[in-house]
Design a protein around this ligand. Structure first.
Ligand code: NDP
Length: 400
């Protein structure tokens, strides 16, 4: 008997709820809560009240509200698919009630566009003392990219040295400008300074100032820009042999032009401004006028290619492999009514939850994905819609 409480009812949660609903052997009972209860009700109606047993309104910024909800539902696991701002209040509520926790993005404070694991890693002792577990970052990147790295380290190398995570969305949603997941979180992330790990220290770059034109399987060549991404922080900690670790994401010219204009006129700022007698945050207003990422699925064509290049040593020789997945927007829409970015996040959240609930990935404390045996997770990716491939490369596409 397992009971899961999912918090959030946006693009990613929609996929996770639908995937969990099909797997009663892992998820006997599903409960769903979010800020806007009507979104939970709509999802419950689609999936069926026999699978989503109850829906609730909750403000997850308020740990006491979440605690009361957990006491009411009595879940075995809370899956946080709301926003990174809610990570700490939900972890506090899990601590107070003694329930396991999972999320897909690390904490970031609302008033500062800065994300790092320190805040959540600080719960390690308290989670251990309470005998409960937190699994951090069970999406695609972070998430699957961490598991790919652990899988490569386990099966392909004696030591890994260079890591380049590449994230390409080769799809077309037909909109002038839209983000594929929560616009506020997405824009905060990509307008930050770039950061990568090299020879034992973090190095910074101006935002989106370093570009490589990379080839992506089944998509072609795309301009890829160096960015900071949260999995780099945990991967360099857990694989100290890494000499360099970087993250790259593709952006088209039209997207970058829109972003530069929006930045230039102050629309991406998180500093409140006075507007008609009240304070508003420009980026929050921008989110309100941009397309809801969940609405992009209809008519979205093309696919994503997200993967991990790893160079290291095996039997005294250097080699490079690329582990990746292609995910087709239209196929995701046919299957669960979502686009590929929601799908590639929602499925790994379901898999992480299943592995926790069935005890395969289970230990008290606060953990990143690469700290567990990657094999069962990799098997479930193949079974549940995100098949992966390993390509042995003649040489790394990146300069040393
Ligand atoms: P959405 O904006 O579509 O959905 C977020 C949901 O959270 C909404 O239902 C929203 O409610 C709810 N929510 C927001 N604030 C609160 C609150 N205070 N209390 C309760 N519910 C709240 O976002 P996505 O589905 O696109 O993204 C979900 C998460 O997944 C984010 O944290 C994002 O960073 C992460 N992500 C991770 C990826 C990965 O690969 N690891 C990739 C993509 C996303 P309402 O509808 O009322 O606003």
């Amino acid at each position: 008997m397992s009971r899961v409480l999912i918090i959030g009812a946006g693009g990613v949660a929609t996929v996770t709820v639908k995937k969990c609903a099909r797997l009663p052997e892992h998820f006997n009972e599903i409960y769903l809560a979010s800020r806007t209860v009507s979104k939970c009700e709509a999802l419950q109606k689609e999936v069926g009240a026999d699978r989503v047993k109850g829906v609730f309104a909750v403000d997850a910024d308020d740990a006491k509200q979440v605690e009361a909800l957990i006491n009411d539902v009595k879940p075995d696991l809370v899956v946080n698919l709301a926003l990174p701002y809610q990570d700490l209040p939900i972890m506090d509520a899990c601590l107070a009630t003694g329930v396991d926790y999972l999320d897909t993005a690390n904490y970031e404070p609302k008033d500062e566009a800065k994300f790092e694991y320190s805040w959540q890693w600080a719960y390690q002792e308290r989670f251990q003392e309470k005998g409960i577990m937190a699994l951090l970052g069970s999406g695609f990147d972070p998430g699957v990219t961490n598991v790919y790295t652990a899988y490569a380290a386990k099966h392909y190398f004696d030591e890994i040295h260079y890591l380049d995570i590449v994230d390409c969305n080769g799809g077309d949603h037909g909109q002038a400008f839209a983000t594929n997941f929560n616009p506020e979180i997405n824009i905060r992330e990509i307008t930050q300074r770039g950061r990568f790990w090299e020879n034992g220290e973090w190095k910074e770059t101006d935002p989106l100032s370093v570009r490589e034109d990379l080839h992506y399987q089944n998509i072609g060549e795309r301009a890829s820009y160096l960015m900071f991404h949260e999995e780099l922080e945990s991967l360099v900690k857990h694989f100290p042999s890494l000499k360099r670790a970087r993250f790259w994401m593709t952006f088209g010219d039209a997207y970058l032009n829109h972003l530069r204009v929006l930045e230039g006129i102050g629309m991406t700022s998180i500093e409140p401004v006075e507007f008609q007698g009240q304070k508003i945050v420009p980026l929050e207003f921008l989110k309100a006028v941009l397309p809801n990422p969940g609405s992009l699925a209809e008519g979205y064509t093309g696919m994503t290619c997200i993967g991990t290049y790893i160079t290291g040593i095996k039997d005294g020789k250097e080699k490079t492999i690329f582990i990746y997945n292609n995910c087709d927007h239209a196929k995701c829409n046919d299957e669960v009514g979502a686009q590929a970015v929601s799908y590639t996040t929602g499925v790994p959240a379901m898999i992480g939850a299943a592995l926790m609930l069935n005890g395969t990935w289970k230990k008290s404390g606060v953990w990143n994905m690469e700290q567990f045996d990657p094999d069962p997770f990799m098997d479930m990716l193949n079974e549940h819609g995100l098949p992966w491939h390993v390509m042995e490369c003649d040489e790394s596409p990146f300069k040393k």
